[in-house]
Design a protein around this ligand. Structure first.
Ligand code: 6R9
Length: 690
C-alpha cells in the first residue's frame, strides 16, 4: 500500500513527482531534511476516509479545476435553494486590467444560511441531535442544545431583532464571549438577512468604537461580564465607552441588548443607560420560537468581519451568502474527514474568521455536534483541553500552533494523564506550525494516531485554501500540503511571473473560489489595491510560500515579515522554527533590524522552556542550531531573552511591537490595546540590555 502512495504522487499538481526517499522513511533511515519527513495515514484511517487516496483527490481536484461550474453546482444542489441560481454558477473579473474586480457565485439563487444550518437538518431527522455543547470557564458549568432547541432560540432572537426594526441588509454588532448566545445571535441575523459583525470580546473600546462608526449598526449585542480564567472582564463597560466614542463621530446606537451573566457580575452592579439598554433574559424568552426565513440572494451579504491590515484602519471583510455557505460546508467535511458521529471542537473564538467558518457555519451546515468553550485553554491548569476532550469524547480537535507550543512547554504529564482516545483528527490554523510543535501535537496529543490538518487560509478566503485531506496522502510536519478543490495556488516572483516546480516566492491564487470575500466594506478601491493590484490577474495573499520537490506547500510567513540579510531572503518563520527545534526553546519570534553591513540583521526574541536559566552557552547553542538548520547567513545577530511574547488575543505575535523594541524605538510602540497581556512589553524592554 505504500507503493500506491509513491506512484500516484506523480499525479500531484505543480510538478510533484516520484518520492525516492520514501524508502528511507519506511526503513527508518536518517532524513536529509524536513522535506523528507513523511507521515503516512494508517490504512484503517485511509480506508474509512471521505477521500482515501491521492488518486481520488486528484480526480476530484482535476474536475474542480476543469469544470468548476459542474463541480460546485453539484455540491450546492445538496443545500436548500428557494430558487435555483441563474445561468452562471460563477461570474468573475479577477484581473484589474479588465476593469473592476467582481466575484459572484450562484447569483440569482435564493436561499438562507440559517435555514440550511437548522431547518434543513431538522427536516432530515437531526432535531434531537446535539448541535451545541457548551462548557463554561469553571469546570462543572455546562449545557447543551439540540438542533430543535437551537432553532427555537435563534427564532426568538430573530423575532426580537425584527421587532426593534432590524431589516434585511442592516448591520448588527455582536460583542459576546464564547457562550451559546454568540452563534445563536449570528444565526438569528442570518435568518432575517441582517449582516452581523462580530467583534472579538477582547478588543478595546477604541477598536470597538471604530467598528461601530464604520458599519453603523442598528443594535449592539453584548454581555455584562465574563470570566476567562480567574479574570473577570467587564464587557458592558467597554461597550458603553465605545458607544460614547462613536457618538462623538455622529453615530448613535439606539439599542444595546445585554446578556446577563451572573457568574461574572451581578445585575445591579451593571452600569445601565435607560431607554437604550435592555436585558436579554427580560425580552428574548417572550418572543415566539418560530420565525419565517428572509430569503436572500446568494450574493446578498452574510457578514462583515474586521481584520487588521499592515497600515490604516481595520478592513471590513465582506462575505456573501451562497458561495460562503457551499465553501465552508465542503471544506469542513473534507479537511476534517467529518462523519456524522463526530464531536467537534475548535478552540477559536467566534470573534475571528475561524469561529465564523469553523465553529458556526461549516460544522452546523454539516449537521455536526459542536463544542463551544467559554474559558481559557489552560484554566484551571494545562490539562483542561484534554479534560474537555475526554468529557465530551471530542473526535476532531482544531486549534492554533501557539496553544500547542504553550502546552508543550507545560509538559507531557498534563496530556498523558487523560485518555484522549476519542480523538481521530487534529487541526492547526493561524500561523505556520513548526515541525517540532507538529511532532509533539502528533505524537503526544494524538498518540501518533491522528492526522493533522494544517489548514492555510485567511479572513479574506472564507475557508481553507491549502490543507491536508487526512487519509488521502502522506503528510510532512510543517507543510500545509496541497490545495483544496477548486483552488489554484501559484507562486510568483516579485515581477508577478509564475514560477513552476520547486521554488519559493509570493503566494497568489488564480481564479476565484466560492468562499472568497467580495469587497472591503465601503472601500472597493482598497480591496483592489491591497489584493489584486500587486500582481495583476491574481489574488495576492500577502504570504510567502515555498513549494518543495514533491509539490508540498510550506508557508513561510507574511511577506512583510521577510528579512533580507546580505541579499538572502529569509522568512522569519524559518528562523523561528529552527530556534524552536532546540529542546530548551519554547517559543521564538524573529524580526529584522537595520544592519550596517548586511542590510538587515536577524533579531530573535526567545522564550525558554520553564525554569531553564538564560546563559551565554545557551545563546551560542541557539545560534548554532539556526546555522545548522538553515545556514550561517540565517544566524541571529541578537538573542533577546523573553519571558513572554506580545500576542493578540487570537494568539498572533505582534511583530510590529517587537520590531520597535528591537530597533529601540520605544516611544513608537503604537497601539498596544489589542495585546492579550500588556505587561509582556514592559518586561521585554527591561530585558533589552541583558
Ligand atoms: C484563518 C486565519 C491569516 C494569516 C495568513 C497566514 C497565517 C493562517 C496558517 C497561516 C501558515 C497556516 N496563517 N493559517 N500560516 N500556516 N496553517 O488565521 O485568518 O486571522 O486572517 O490570518 O495567518 O499568514 O495570511 P487570519
Amino acid at each position: 500500500s505504500y507503493l500506491r502512495h509513491v506512484d500516484s504522487r506523480k499525479l500531484m499538481p505543480n510538478g510533484a513527482g516520484h518520492i525516492p526517499h520514501l524508502k528511507a522513511v519506511i526503513l527508518g533511515e536518517a532524513l536529509a531534511s524536513e522535506e523528507d519527513d513523511l507521515v503516512l495515514p494508517s490504512k484503517e484511517f485511509s480506508d474509512q476516509a471521505n477521500v482515501h487516496s491521492p488518486e481520488q483527490y486528484m480526480e476530484m481536484y482535476k474536475r474542480s479545476i476543469e469544470d468548476p461550474d459542474g463541480f460546485w453546482s453539484e455540491i450546492a444542489s445538496q443545500f436548500y435553494w428557494k430558487q435555483k441560481w441563474g445561468e452562471k454558477v460563477c461570474d468573475e473579473n479577477f484581473d484589474v486590467r479588465d476593469g473592476k474586480i467582481k466575484i459572484e457565485w450562484f447569483k440569482g439563487g435564493i436561499t438562507n444560511v440559517c435555514y440550511n444550518c437548522l431547518d434543513r437538518n431538522i427536516e432530515a431527522g437531526l432535531g434531537d441531535k446535539v448541535a451545541l455543547y457548551w462548557e463554561g470557564n469553571e469546570p462543572g458549568l455546562d449545557g447543551s442544545l439540540t438542533y430543535s432547541q437551537l432553532l427555537n432560540q435563534v427564532c426568538q432572537v430573530a423575532n426580537y431583532l425584527k421587532d426593534i426594526g432590524v431589516k434585511k441588509g442592516d448591520a448588527v454588532i455582536v460583542y459576546l464571549p464564547m457562550i451559546n448566545e454568540l452563534p445563536i445571535t449570528m444565526l438569528a441575523c442570518a435568518r432575517i438577512g441582517a449582516v452581523h459583525s462580530v467583534v472579538f470580546a477582547g478588543f478595546s473600546a477604541e477598536s470597538l468604537a471604530q467598528r461601530i462608526t464604520d458599519c453603523k449598526p442598528k443594535a449592539v449585542i453584548t454581555c455584562n461580564a465574563v470570566r476567562r480564567g480567574t479574570k473577570p472582564i467587564l464587557l458592558k463597560d467597554i461597550v458603553d465607552a465605545a458607544i460614547n466614542d462613536s457618538a462623538k463621530d455622529g453615530v448613535s446606537v439606539d439599542v444595546c441588548l445585554v446578556y446577563d451573566n451572573p457568574v461574572a457580575l451581578k445585575r445591579e452592579d451593571t452600569k445601565w443607560t435607560q431607554g437604550r439598554d435592555i436585558w436579554w433574559q427580560d425580552v428574548i424568552p417572550k418572543y415566539p420560537s418560530t420565525c419565517p426565513v428572509e430569503w436572500v440572494d446568494a450574493e446578498d451579504p452574510l457578514f462583515l468581519l474586521y481584520t487588521s491590515g499592515s497600515t490604516g484602519k481595520p478592513k471590513g471583510v465582506l462575505h456573501t451568502t451562497g458561495g460562503y455557505m457551499v465553501y465552508t460546508a465542503t471544506t469542513f467535511k473534507y479537511a476534517f474527514d467529518y462523519k456524522p458521529s463526530d464531536i467537534y471542537w475548535c478552540t477559536a473564538d467566534c470573534g475571528w474568521i475561524t469561529g465564523h467558518s469553523y465553529v458556526t457555519y461549516g460544522p452546523l451546515l454539516n449537521g455536526a455536534t459542536v463544542l463551544v468553550y467559554e474559558g481559557a485553554p489552560n484554566y484551571p491548569d494545562a490539562g483542561r483541553c484534554w479534560d474537555i476532550v475526554d468529557k465530551y469524547k471530542v473526535s476532531i480537535f482544531y486549534t492554533a500552533p501557539t496553544l500547542v507550543r504553550s502546552l508543550m512547554r507545560d509538559g507531557e504529564a498534563y496530556v498523558t494523564r487523560y485518555s484522549r482516545k476519542s480523538l481521530r483528527v487534529l487541526g492547526s490554523v493561524g500561523e505556520p506550525i513548526n515541525p517540532s510543535a507538529w511532532r509533539w501535537f502528533y505524537n503526544v496529543v494524538g498518540d501518533s494516531r491522528c492526522p493533522i490538518s494544517d489548514t492555510w487560509w485567511q479572513t479574506e478566503t472564507g475557508g481553507f485554501m491549502i490543507t491536508p485531506l487526512p487519509g488521502a496522502w502522506a503528510q510532512k510536519p510543517g507543510s500545509a500540503t496541497f490545495p483544496f478543490f477548486g483552488i489554484q495556488p501559484v507562486i510568483v516572483d516579485e515581477k508577478g511571473v509564475e514560477i513552476d516546480g520547486e521554488c519559493s516566492g509570493y503566494l497568489c491564487i488564480k481564479k476565484s473560489w466560492p468562499g472568497a470575500f467580495r469587497t472591503l466594506y465601503g472601500d472597493h478601491e482598497r480591496y483592489e489595491t491591497t489584493y489584486f493590484k500587486p500582481f495583476a490577474g491574481y489574488y495576492f495573499s500577502g504570504d510567502g510560500c515555498r513549494r518543495d520537490k514533491d509539490g508540498y506547500h510550506w508557508l513561510t510567513g507574511r511577506v512583510d515579515d521577510v528579512i533580507n540579510v546580505s541579499g538572502h531572503r529569509i522568512g522569519t518563520a524559518e528562523v523561528e522554527s529552527a530556534l524552536v527545534s532546540h529542546p530548551q526553546c519554547a517559543e521564538a519570534a524573529v524580526v529584522g533590524v537595520e544592519h550596517e553591513v548586511k542590510g538587515q540583521g536577524i533579531y530573535a526574541f526567545v522564550t525558554l522552556v520553564d525554569s531553564v536559566p538564560y546563559s551565554e552557552d545557551l545563546r551560542k547553542d541557539l545560534i548554532l542550531t539556526v546555522r545548522k538548520q538553515i545556514g550561517a547567513f540565517a544566524a541571529p545577530d541578537k538573542i533577546h531573552w523573553a519571558p513572554g511574547l506580545p500576542k493578540t488575543r487570537s494568539g498572533k505575535i505582534m511583530r510590529r511591537i517587537l520590531r520597535k523594541i528591537a530597533a529601540r524605538q520605544l516611544d513608537e510602540l503604537g497601539d498596544t490595546s489589542t495585546l492579550a497581556d500588556p505587561n509582556v512589553v514592559k518586561q521585554l524592554i527591561e530585558l533589552s540590555d541583558s
